[in-house]
Write a protein that binds this ligand. Structure first.
Ligand code: ZN
Ligand code: ZN
Length: 153
Protein backbone atom coordinates (compact mmCIF):
# COMPACT_ATOMS: atom_id res chain seq x y z
CA UNK A 1 0.00 0.00 0.00
CA UNK A 2 2.58 2.52 1.14
CA UNK A 3 5.16 1.22 -1.27
CA UNK A 4 2.86 1.61 -4.26
CA UNK A 5 1.91 5.11 -3.08
CA UNK A 6 5.56 6.02 -2.99
CA UNK A 7 5.98 4.72 -6.50
CA UNK A 8 2.99 6.73 -7.65
CA UNK A 9 4.22 9.89 -5.99
CA UNK A 10 7.23 9.79 -8.23
CA UNK A 11 4.94 10.54 -11.14
CA UNK A 12 2.21 12.68 -9.58
CA UNK A 13 2.09 14.73 -6.42
CA UNK A 14 0.15 12.85 -3.71
CA UNK A 15 -2.03 15.78 -2.63
CA UNK A 16 -3.54 16.19 -6.10
CA UNK A 17 -4.77 12.56 -5.95
CA UNK A 18 -7.41 13.40 -3.30
CA UNK A 19 -10.63 14.46 -4.98
CA UNK A 20 -11.39 18.03 -3.99
CA UNK A 21 -14.99 17.28 -2.89
CA UNK A 22 -13.74 14.63 -0.42
CA UNK A 23 -11.23 17.02 1.09
CA UNK A 24 -13.88 19.73 1.48
CA UNK A 25 -16.36 17.25 2.95
CA UNK A 26 -13.81 15.97 5.49
CA UNK A 27 -12.97 19.52 6.58
CA UNK A 28 -16.57 20.61 7.03
CA UNK A 29 -17.89 17.82 9.28
CA UNK A 30 -16.67 15.97 12.34
CA UNK A 31 -16.07 12.19 12.22
CA UNK A 32 -19.25 11.72 14.27
CA UNK A 33 -21.24 13.78 11.82
CA UNK A 34 -19.71 11.85 8.96
CA UNK A 35 -20.81 8.55 10.57
CA UNK A 36 -24.32 9.90 11.11
CA UNK A 37 -24.63 11.08 7.52
CA UNK A 38 -23.24 7.79 6.32
CA UNK A 39 -26.00 5.90 8.18
CA UNK A 40 -28.69 8.22 6.84
CA UNK A 41 -27.29 7.90 3.37
CA UNK A 42 -27.13 4.09 3.65
CA UNK A 43 -30.77 3.93 4.81
CA UNK A 44 -31.78 6.12 1.92
CA UNK A 45 -29.79 4.03 -0.50
CA UNK A 46 -31.39 0.83 0.81
CA UNK A 47 -34.87 2.36 0.61
CA UNK A 48 -34.21 3.52 -2.93
CA UNK A 49 -32.85 0.12 -3.84
CA UNK A 50 -35.89 -1.64 -2.39
CA UNK A 51 -38.19 0.60 -4.38
CA UNK A 52 -36.28 0.15 -7.58
CA UNK A 53 -37.74 -1.93 -10.37
CA UNK A 54 -34.62 -4.07 -10.69
CA UNK A 55 -34.74 -5.00 -7.02
CA UNK A 56 -38.42 -5.98 -7.12
CA UNK A 57 -37.81 -7.92 -10.28
CA UNK A 58 -34.94 -9.76 -8.58
CA UNK A 59 -36.94 -10.43 -5.40
CA UNK A 60 -40.23 -11.41 -7.03
CA UNK A 61 -38.79 -14.40 -8.75
CA UNK A 62 -39.13 -18.13 -8.12
CA UNK A 63 -35.90 -19.54 -6.73
CA UNK A 64 -36.82 -23.04 -7.99
CA UNK A 65 -37.83 -22.50 -11.62
CA UNK A 66 -36.75 -18.84 -12.13
CA UNK A 67 -40.20 -17.76 -13.30
CA UNK A 68 -40.53 -14.00 -12.94
CA UNK A 69 -43.58 -13.53 -10.69
CA UNK A 70 -43.00 -9.82 -11.19
CA UNK A 71 -43.84 -10.28 -14.86
CA UNK A 72 -46.77 -12.55 -14.07
CA UNK A 73 -44.93 -15.76 -14.94
CA UNK A 74 -45.18 -19.04 -13.04
CA UNK A 75 -44.72 -22.73 -13.69
CA UNK A 76 -47.74 -24.96 -13.11
CA UNK A 77 -45.47 -27.86 -12.09
CA UNK A 78 -43.51 -25.84 -9.53
CA UNK A 79 -44.23 -26.10 -5.79
CA UNK A 80 -42.74 -22.71 -5.00
CA UNK A 81 -44.81 -20.97 -7.68
CA UNK A 82 -47.89 -22.81 -6.42
CA UNK A 83 -49.76 -22.21 -9.67
CA UNK A 84 -49.79 -18.40 -9.52
CA UNK A 85 -47.51 -15.38 -9.87
CA UNK A 86 -47.73 -12.56 -7.27
CA UNK A 87 -51.42 -12.86 -6.44
CA UNK A 88 -54.13 -15.49 -6.54
CA UNK A 89 -57.85 -15.85 -5.88
CA UNK A 90 -58.87 -16.84 -2.34
CA UNK A 91 -57.28 -20.20 -1.53
CA UNK A 92 -60.12 -21.45 0.65
CA UNK A 93 -63.13 -21.02 -1.63
CA UNK A 94 -61.01 -20.76 -4.81
CA UNK A 95 -62.16 -17.24 -5.56
CA UNK A 96 -65.90 -17.55 -4.87
CA UNK A 97 -65.68 -14.76 -2.28
CA UNK A 98 -63.79 -12.42 -4.61
CA UNK A 99 -60.81 -12.00 -2.27
CA UNK A 100 -57.32 -11.70 -3.70
CA UNK A 101 -54.42 -13.25 -1.82
CA UNK A 102 -50.89 -11.87 -2.23
CA UNK A 103 -47.76 -13.94 -2.21
CA UNK A 104 -45.61 -13.97 0.91
CA UNK A 105 -42.31 -13.79 -0.96
CA UNK A 106 -40.06 -14.50 2.03
CA UNK A 107 -42.03 -17.55 3.10
CA UNK A 108 -42.35 -18.83 -0.48
CA UNK A 109 -38.57 -18.66 -0.90
CA UNK A 110 -37.88 -20.12 2.53
CA UNK A 111 -40.37 -23.00 2.38
CA UNK A 112 -39.93 -23.65 -1.37
CA UNK A 113 -43.70 -23.61 -1.56
CA UNK A 114 -46.28 -20.98 -2.49
CA UNK A 115 -47.32 -18.98 0.59
CA UNK A 116 -50.09 -16.39 0.50
CA UNK A 117 -51.46 -13.59 2.64
CA UNK A 118 -55.19 -13.12 2.58
CA UNK A 119 -58.46 -14.33 3.99
CA UNK A 120 -61.79 -15.62 2.81
CA UNK A 121 -64.72 -13.21 2.82
CA UNK A 122 -67.32 -15.96 3.03
CA UNK A 123 -69.08 -16.71 6.35
CA UNK A 124 -67.25 -19.35 8.36
CA UNK A 125 -69.91 -22.02 7.79
CA UNK A 126 -69.47 -21.69 4.02
CA UNK A 127 -65.67 -21.69 4.37
CA UNK A 128 -65.95 -24.95 6.30
CA UNK A 129 -67.96 -26.40 3.45
CA UNK A 130 -65.13 -25.62 1.01
CA UNK A 131 -62.44 -26.88 3.39
CA UNK A 132 -64.34 -30.17 3.81
CA UNK A 133 -64.65 -30.46 0.03
CA UNK A 134 -60.84 -30.08 -0.29
CA UNK A 135 -60.31 -32.74 2.36
CA UNK A 136 -62.70 -35.20 0.74
CA UNK A 137 -61.17 -34.43 -2.67
CA UNK A 138 -57.64 -35.08 -1.42
CA UNK A 139 -58.61 -38.23 0.44
CA UNK A 140 -60.75 -39.71 -2.32
CA UNK A 141 -58.22 -42.47 -3.04
CA UNK A 142 -58.02 -43.33 0.64
CA UNK A 143 -61.82 -43.50 0.84
CA UNK A 144 -62.04 -45.68 -2.23
CA UNK A 145 -59.34 -47.95 -0.77
CA UNK A 146 -61.25 -48.18 2.48
CA UNK A 147 -64.49 -49.05 0.67
CA UNK A 148 -62.72 -51.63 -1.48
CA UNK A 149 -61.25 -53.20 1.65
CA UNK A 150 -64.71 -53.37 3.20
CA UNK A 151 -66.10 -54.96 0.05
CA UNK A 152 -63.39 -57.65 0.09
CA UNK A 153 -63.95 -58.74 3.65
ZN1 ZN B 1 -41.40 -21.81 -9.63
ZN1 ZN C 1 -62.85 -17.09 -0.13
Amino acid sequence: MFASNAECSAKTSSSSNIPSFAATFAQQISPEEFDRQKVVYTKQAVAELQNSEEFKRWLQKCSCCSSSWYDGQFSTQCQECGGFAMSRPCGICLGHCGATWYRDIDMSHKMKEGHWNGKCYLPESEQRHFILQHLVGNDEDTLVDALTDLGNT
